[in-house]
Design a protein around this ligand. Structure first.
Ligand code: 5GP
Ligand code: MG
Ligand code: MG
Length: 181
């Protein structure tokens, strides 16, 4: 895979570890959402691989919808401004929403999105994030489910991009600094 992962510094979460994370979170979510009216909302585009694999471990009826936001541009640090690029289609009234995010960094994106969705009459809003960088948090937001913590390095793969590339790497890796500095 020289072409695809030639710019990867280090593998942080292997394919096997991702599989184990999805099995663990899926089982927990299945327990917690039993008897509820589950709507899984993925935040495009970074969450798509995680959402696709995770939901196959959720043994419950559920619906899917997607939301696209922009907060980053082409760089590696959040600008702080969150903009809705594509909204969900489903009316949230009566649903227990599970927001699916690739990585929680400053927390600004999820704070904005969860406030926006809870103002629309959902029964409940929960958050699952594959990755978390807790030391980078600038707002008070607490995910209900976390795959694993990662160090404060720019990571790519399994949906996460740098300038729209690297999403299809099948594991999570850190990008060589010379690529983005
Ligand atoms: P926040 O609003 O929490 O600062 O940023 C969350 C978003 O920033 C994530 O959904 C992701 O799109 C992007 N992001 C934050 N850290 C990283 C990282 O290390 N790698 C990549 N590819 N995206 C990141
Ligand atoms: Mg994201
Ligand atoms: Mg991105």
């Amino acid at each position: 895979m020289a072409n695809l992962d030639g710019n990867i510094e280090k593998v942080l979460v292997t394919k096997e570890e991702l599989e184990a994370i999805n099995a663990r979170l899926g089982a927990q979510i299945t327990k917690d959402f039993e008897g509820k009216n589950l709507l899984v909302v993925g935040i495009l585009k970074g969450s798509i691989y995680f959402l696709a694999d995770l939901t196959r471990y959720i043994d419950l009826p559920l619906k899917l919808d997607f939301l696209a936001v922009s907060s980053y541009g082409g760089g590696t640090r959040s600008s702080g401004a969150v903009k809705i690029i594509k909204d969900i289609d489903i009316d949230l009234a009566g649903y227990d929403v599970l927001l699916v995010e690739d990585i929680l960094d400053s927390g600004r994106t999820l704070e904005y999105v969860s406030k926006m969705l809870s103002a629309r009459g959902a029964n409940s809003i929960s958050i699952v994030t594959l990755l978390d960088k807790p030391e980078r948090r600038v707002v008070d937001i607490h995910p209900d489910y976390v795959g694993c913590d990662v160090p404060d390095e720019f990571v790519v793969g399994y949906g996460l991009d740098y300038d729209q590339e690297y999403r299809n790497i099948p594991y999570i890796g850190s990008l060589k600094r010379e690529i983005y500095e």
